[in-house]
Design a protein around this ligand. Structure first.
Ligand code: ADP
Ligand code: ZN
Length: 726
């Protein structure tokens, strides 16, 4: 086939270097295709780039340098390049940064690798350097090394190794190509589905067969079999010869999920997340490009992989806050999945028991299709949810488990069942106070209180991670022995449990107590097997773990999320409470969820307990509609941060005064105001909020608005569709 650009033609190349435009190069010998991954000279360096289109010219063509070489991987396809451009436009991100997200697989140039292995032969001439190399190879017994690895391990130059190759003491071979993935078999017998599940699976299969774009909300209570159902959509995608991507929020904990995929298709899928090795990364990246990886299970960044033919994207627990990337490119993987699918004639399945209001509204208005699973699989039923009115409970100071909840826990213990106490607060106590002067211990660098972690015996700032020993003397007044913890964290709750139920096996599940994802996973498996009577957990317990013996969930402070003015406070509380309660009664024994609250008549808590989900969403949608806020209006946050508060405010005020481009599209600007967390890591934070009507061309206006010169130490970040306002 003729290449898109013949040798010597001028082409525009996008690099991952911080340059705000494409650079022109000449196509190499043999020509190159659009989308090709190439190595180009940039000043004295060689950098990775992608051929984006014809050269733009406008300079002396005699000066154009040549592409050095093509990488041995398939070119980025049209839809992928358009996807990157659209995400860049939507999130106001420069293209070089988008490319970085896509080419994060390292060492593409290592396509053909030479490996070195000891032959056992002794070289005629021995030198200390040669001896070091052979010693390393003996130490690692028969392993093969790359040139760089071996030279590094022996601390010699590569020429020493090459010399040993000549002398016959070391062999040099071409490394075996990356191992291919095992084929997944859609005809592998799966579970027999219930009638309700079959109907849902049929609908998804039909959508996949259409070969067109479409998004479906798959709504079903926890345990209703959403996973079983969407795996049938994956099967249909495989039958069509296309690839499927399943996004999970807590990928590190996906062991159980990988097993289920293997059970259904007879082979394991590819994984993509921060926990995989560099070698595996490179392998997966390449196999996705050639279509040899058929199913990828990944974290949100998997959305930027160069699929050969992506036919289906599943976003599991689509409401989960972790789909929004919090730094760097601020994108929401759920929304960008829909965008990517629309460019790819692919289907999207958004699965959740408690969808985001955005998705619920899109399904309600018919923009998305909707499938509902009403029944839990088998005999399991949704737990009964009831309030515990804390105003009527008698509790001594420093205690948080009400007598009513205590009684319920005792009951479970007698029956050999498990209880879960949910409190979304890591550490021992959220506040440490001096009883002499009344001061609370705050972080030196942030506008945040230090949280006591008794397990580590330190005070920790949850904003920046700064920590120090728990002081004996007050940092403010110097009086000794007067520091007291105020309020509960999970570690303190554990103390209470041990005091109240000395005979119980209690355990805390909190992300900070486990060094590795593996350790946490192992602990969860132990608990699931019955290795604890009372589990005390933060929100990591809300996410998809199966504890078959768990029949009681006690929410220590159901009011916690309802404080504050966050736009999504009600929605998030609703989702979290439902999700946590869903942990109870997953097997035969029915479950109960008890919510400790001082405001049992609060509409959100009433909706949670009544089971009238649709009523809750409708009411929430009506309120947001009336206020013109998302999803019925658009928002963008602007965070300005600087070591100098005045400088941050100056820029904020300048923007607020010169909001012409925004006013032209009918947008309103609020602020500047100190951000709710007004200082992080020593930087003052000031924010502005932009509100616009749904159809407003907000991005273009924003781009024009913020294009002002900024002081060197000041950072300005735009957050389109902000999820939180910290
Ligand atoms: P969800 O994703 O809605 O929480 P799952 O698909 O994880 O639900 O199903 C909950 C549990 O019930 C899982 O252990 C699953 O294997 C089991 N299950 C669901 N449907 C079936 C079925 N048709 N046959 C056998 N087991 C099923
Ligand atoms: Zn801090």
């Amino acid at each position: 086939m003729e290449p898109d650009f013949p040798a010597g033609a001028l082409v525009a190349v996008l690099t991952a270097q911080p340059i705000d435009r494409m650079l022109d190069y000449r196509a190499p010998e043999g020509g190159c295709d659009i989308g090709a991954l190439v190595e180009v000279p940039l000043g004295p360096r060689k950098v990775l780039g992608v051929v984006w289109g014809p050269g733009q010219g406008g300079f002396d063509p005699a000066k154009a340098r040549s592409i050095l070489r093509l990488h041995d991987v398939p070119p980025l396809r049209d839809e992928m390049r358009r996807f990157l451009e659209k995400v860049a436009d939507y999130t106001l991100t420069p293209m070089f940064q988008m490319l970085r997200m896509t080419v994060r697989a390292p060492a593409l140039e290592d396509a053909v690798r030479l490996v070195y292995r000891a032959t056992g032969a002794v070289p005629d001439r021995m030198t200390p350097a040669r001896e070091k190399v052979l010693q390393v190879m003996r130490d690692f017994g028969g392993l093969s090394f790359t040139l760089g690895e071996l030279a590094g391990a022996a601390d010699v130059t590569p020429s020493v190794i090459k010399g040993l190759v000549k002398a016959g003491a070391i062999s040099e071979e071409v490394a075996p190509k990356d191992l291919p993935f095992q084929r997944l078999n859609p005809a592998h017998p799966g579970k027999a589905l219930t009638d309700e599940q079959t109907a849902a699976a049929d609908a998804l299969r039909t959508s996949v067969r259409s070969g067109q774009y479409g998004t479906t909300l798959l709504k079903g209570v926890t345990g209703s079999g959403k996973t079983e159902v969407y795996l049938e959509a994956v099967a249909e995608t495989l039958r069509a010869g296309r690839q499927a991507l399943v996004l999970l929020p807590e990928i590190a904990l996906s062991g159980e999920f990988l097993r289920r995929v293997e059970e259904r298709f007879g082979a394991r899928p590819a994984e993509w997340h921060s926990g995989i090795t560099m070698t595996e990364r490179r392998r997966v990246w390449k196999m996705i490009g050639t279509g040899d990886a058929q199913v990828v299970v990944g974290a949100r960044s998997a959305l930027f992989l160069p699929f050969q033919d992506l036919g289906l994207i599943v976003v599991d627990e689509e409401h989960d806050g972790s789909y929004k990337q919090g730094d760097g490119v601020l994108y929401n993987a759920r929304d960008m999945a829909v965008l990517r699918a629309s460019l790819n004639a692919a289907q999207v399945v958004l699965a959740s028991a408690t969808p985001s209001l955005e998705t619920w509204v899109n399904a309600d208005t018919g923009k998305y299709a909707r499938i509902t699973l009403d029944a839990r699989f088998g005999v399991a039923v949704m737990p009964d949810m009831r309030p515990i009115d804390m105003r009527a409970e008698k509790l001594p100071g420093g205690r948080w488990i009400s007598p009513t909840l205590q009684g319920a826990i005792l009951n479970r213990m007698k029956k050999g069942e498990q209880s879960l106490l949910f409190l979304n607060r890591r550490g021992f106590a959220p506040v440490t106070l001096c009883r002499a002067c009344g001061q609370q211990v705050a972080c030196d660098h942030c506008d945040a209180r230090m949280v006591e972690h008794r397990f580590q015996n330190r005070l920790v700032c949850h904003q920046c991670g700064a920590n120090r020993p728990v002081p004996d003397a007050c940092p403010s007044c110097g009086v000794e022995g007067k520091m007291v913890p105020v309020g509960p964290g999970v570690e303190r709750l554990e103390e209470e449990v041990k005091a109240v139920f000395p005979e119980a096996r209690a355990t805390v599940l909190s992300s900070d107590l486990f060094g590795t994802a593996r350790a946490l996973k192992d602990r969860i498996a132990e608990i699931a097997a019955g290795g604890a009577d009372i589990i005390i957990g933060t929100q990591i317990v809300a996410k998809g773990h199966n504890f078959p013996k768990l029949t009681l969930v006690g929410v220590i402070d159901a009011d916690l999320g309802l404080q504050g003015s966050d736009l999504r406070a009600a929605e998030k509380t609703f989702q979290l409470m439902r999700q946590v309660a869903g942990r109870a009664g997953r097997a035969e024994a029915p479950g109960v969820a008890l919510l400790q609250t001082y405001q049992p008549e609060h509409p959100v808590l009433r909706a949670i307990m009544s089971g009238d989900d649709e009523g809750f969403w409708q009411a929430e949608a009506d309120q947001r509609h009336a206020a013109g806020v998302p999803p019925f209006g658009r928002m963008a946050g602007v965070i300005i941060s600087s070591p100098d508060l005045q400088a941050a405010f100056d820029v904020g005020n300048r923007l607020a005064r010169n909001a012409g481009p925004l006013l032209q599209v009918g947008a309103e600007v609020y602020g500047p105001a100190p951000a709710p967390i007004a200082r992080v890591r020593g930087r003052h934070r000031v924010r502005l909020l932009v509100k616009a009507a749904k159809g407003a061309a907000l991005q273009a206006a924003l781009a024009q608005w913020i294009a002002i010169p900024l002081p060197p130490d000041l950072r300005l970040t735009i957050d389109i569709d902000p999820q939180s306002f910290l």
